[in-house]
Write a protein that binds this ligand. Structure first.
Ligand code: HXC
Length: 289
C-alpha cells in the first residue's frame, strides 16, 4: 500500500508513534523516526527491521529546536524527498492550572504547539518548492472540540494544531498537500499513562467506568494504526482538513476526560505531582545514558 513512500514519524521510538511506524514499514514505506533519546530510537529501528525487513532510519531530533529540524530534514531530502509526515511527538501531564508555572506551560506548548508547527513548516516549504505532493497527519485529542480541565497546555496546543490542519488544508491544497488529524481516545501507552493517570499503570481497564466509554474498552493499537495507514495512503487523496476521532464515541458520551478530578484533595495532587516528576526524572536519566 505504501511501497516506495518515505514517511517521517516524530516521537516514533515509543508508544503510538512506534505502532504507526511499524504499520507504515509493514506496508512498504521507508520510515524515519525522530525522538530525543538516540538509544531508544536505535532499539526501535533494529526491532522493527528485524521483524519486518525494510528500512527504519532513527534520527535523534528535539522538535523544540528549528535548527535541529532543518538539519535532519536536509539529511533526509539529500537522499530523496519525503512523502508523508506524522506529527506525533508530544508532552503532557495532569496538573491543576493554578499550580502551573510559565515553564510548566512552555514544557508542553514548546513540544506540541511550536515543535509540530516547525516540523510541518520545514517539510511543507520543501514540498512546495519541489512541486511535490505530500500528506501530513497530526495526532491530536478529542479535547480539541471540548477543551479539557487539568491538561490545559496540551488542550490549547492541540486545538492550535487542529486549526493548523484546517487552515493549511486550504492554503496548501493547490500544491497537492493534504493535512488530516487523528483524535485518539484512551490508547494506553507507558509515556501517556504515567503522566495522565499516575499510580494506575498496568490497570488501564480500571480507568474505564463501563458507562464512560460506549464501547466499554480502551482502544487497540492496531485500530489506531489502520486509521493512520488509511489517511496516509493514496486511496483517499480527496480527504483533507479533517480531524477524525477514534475513541469508541467516548467524547460524545462524556466530554472532558479529567472532569472527575475536581474532587481530588490537595494531598492527592501533591502525590500525583511527585509520581509524575519521578517518572520524568527516570526518563531524563535514560536520555543521558
Ligand atoms: C505541575 C509540573 C509537573 C506537574 C513538570 N512540571 N511536571 N508542574 N505538575 N506534574 C513543571 C516543572 O515544575 C517545571 O516548572 C516545568 O514543568 C518543566 O519541568 P521539567 O521537569 O524540566 O520538564 P521537562 O523535562 O521539559 O519535561 C516535561 C515533559 C516530559 C516535556 C512533559 O514529561 C516529557 O518529555 N514528556 C514526553 C512524553 C510524554 O509526556 N508523553 C505523554 C504524552 S500524552 P518550574 O517553574 O518548576 O521550573 C499526550 C496526550 C494524550 O500528549 C491524550 C490522551 C487522551
Amino acid at each position: 500500500m505504501l511501497a516506495g513512500k518515505r514517511i517521517l514519524v516524530t516521537g516514533g521510538g515509543t508508544g503510538l508513534g512506534k505502532v504507526m511506524a511499524e504499520s507504515y514499514l509493514r506496508h512498504g514505506a521507508t520510515v524515519y523516526i525522530w525522538g530525543r533519546r538516540g538509544g531508544v530510537l536505535q532499539d526501535t529501528a533494529d526491532e522493527l527491521m528485524q521483524a519486518h525487513g525494510g528500512q527504519v532510519i532513527p534520527q535523534p531530533v528535539d522538535i523544540r529546536d528549528p535548527q535541529a529540524i532543518e538539519a535532519a530534514v536536509d539529511e533526509i531530502f539529500s537522499e530523496a524527498p519525503l512523502d508523508g509526515l506524522v506529527n506525533n511527538a508530544a508532552g503532557n501531564f495532569v496538573s491543576r492550572t493554578k499550580d502551573l508555572s510559565h515553564r510548566g506551560f512552555n514544557a508542553i506548548a514548546s513540544i506540541v504547539f511550536h515543535g509540530s508547527f516547525y516540523t510541518t513548516l520545514d517539510i511543507g516549504k520543501r514540498w512546495i518548492e519541489l512541486g511535490r505532493p505530500g500528506s501530513i497527519i497530526s495526532i491530536l485529542t478529542t479535547w480539541v472540540w471540548t477543551g479539557s480541565p487539568f491538561v490545559v497546555p496540551s488542550s490549547m496546543s492541540k486545538a492550535g494544531l487542529n486549526s493548523m490542519t484546517q487552515s493549511l488544508a486550504v492554503e496548501w491544497g493547490p500544491h497537492g498537500i493534504r493535512l488530516n488529524a487523528i483524535a485518539p481516545g484512551p490508547f494506553p501507552t507507558e509515556g501517556a499513562w504515567a503522566r495522565l493517570n499516575p499510580g494506575t499503570e498496568g490497570r488501564e481497564d480500571d480507568q474505564l467506568d463501563p458507562t464512560a466509554n460506549p464501547m466499554m474498552r480502551v482502544g487497540k493499537m492496531s485500530e489506531l494504526a489502520n486509521l493512520a495507514l488509511f489517511l496516509m495512503s493514496d486511496g483517499c487523496d480527496y480527504l483533507t482538513g479533517q480531524t477524525i476521532a477514534i475513541d469508541g464515541a467516548q467524547h460524545l458520551a462524556n466530554s472532558g476526560s479529567f472532569w472527575r478530578m475536581v474532587s481530588l484533595s490537595d494531598q492527592d495532587w501533591e502525590d500525583m505531582r511527585n509520581m509524575i516528576q519521578q517518572s520524568n526524572a527516570a526518563d531524563k536519566a535514560k536520555r543521558t545514558t
